[in-house]
Design a protein around this ligand. Sequence first.
Ligand code: ZN
Length: 413
Amino acid sequence: MQSINIITLAFLLTFVGRHTHKELHKNEIVLKKPVAVKSASKKYLSDEIVNIKIFSQIKTQAFTFSAEEGIYSIWANGNEITSTSKFPIIKLSYVNDSIEIKTFENVIGRFKRVKISSVEPLKAFRFKLIAPERKPRFYQDNLIVDVEAGNLKCINEITLDNYIAGVVQAESGRRSYQEFYKVQAILARTFALSHLQKHGAEGFGLCDHTHCQAYFGKTTELEIMKAVAETKGKVVVDDNLNLIEAAFHSNSGGQTVNSEDVWGSKLSYLRSVNDTFSTKMPNAKWERKMAKEDWLSYLKLKHNYPIQDSNARWLAINFKQDSRKAYLEANNKKIPLRNIRTDLQLKSTFFTIIPQGDTLVFKGRGFGHGVGMCQEGAMRMAKLGYKYPEVINFYYQKTQLIDLHKLNFFKEE
Ligand SMILES: [Zn+2]
């Protein structure tokens, strides 16, 4: 165990919170095992139903539900207890370890589990949190409400591609290129299918936070809907026909990173590539200034770096990266740059230090962990006319795009 003393802690705290970055996305998934999919015989359906916990970071006490498209029935204990054709707005609240359902006129009852579903092909609802208050969001398909640890647990039961479209908008924003949307749709589908039961022990599949994939409800972009439909059933697999860990980041700074330099596990398709597409994009460069003494005491206190040694000290304040390195090294002491990035909340590990008197200027490149696809580089490729298979093969080398039905066929024994 490494002990953290109070000075270190205070030092680190001054950095945390001062620099909050607006990153295009934060899919900083943690890879623990080198193989993403454990069961080789698992079959995937292109119209799989997924269960996404919505407002997963919020302790939901009450919300209102209303239909946007279609008519919804409210089910509890196996019975239809009301429908949106009778009551256009219903309120669901946590009361005495139950879900209380109310209309404008009366309390309908209290239940342990409620399902709100529609049999119509086009169905969407408005979900408005009122305790705590949040802006309304719009979702497709069905809603399941459970009671969990003093709160309501709300799960959107939705077809895979409706969910994927919502993820593409949340992770890559609006008004981008069609080929870029196709790439994001394929990656989001690959991720979703390889993590269908990521939260299985908690009674749902994926959460709507960046821990899994950001998802704020249905897409509003026609171009995203088209990109999802045109890539229906397409996923990315490695040599062993396993779905890949579809890691991506905002900007590589000109070179992506080997997976083991960030997560410790080496994946054949997450290799460092030279990425000239990213270098003129908005997040290609950054700069930070730091007092020389702060930098040196951080290295000493947190990593026991030998700053008393003049050579090591010189290396630390003149650290250079022409191409990406994984460590700051001196006298057999290796500090992973990924740890420095996290501790000091730097935009990337790809930085060079220029000393200016008592100040150090960190000149950095890129934004994010650097593994897998660079989103801004992929956007640039799309703008230049590259097609989605070319973008995917550039950032995930030696992988294959495959249709799910072909993948299932290959996996049959
Ligand atoms: Zn999650």
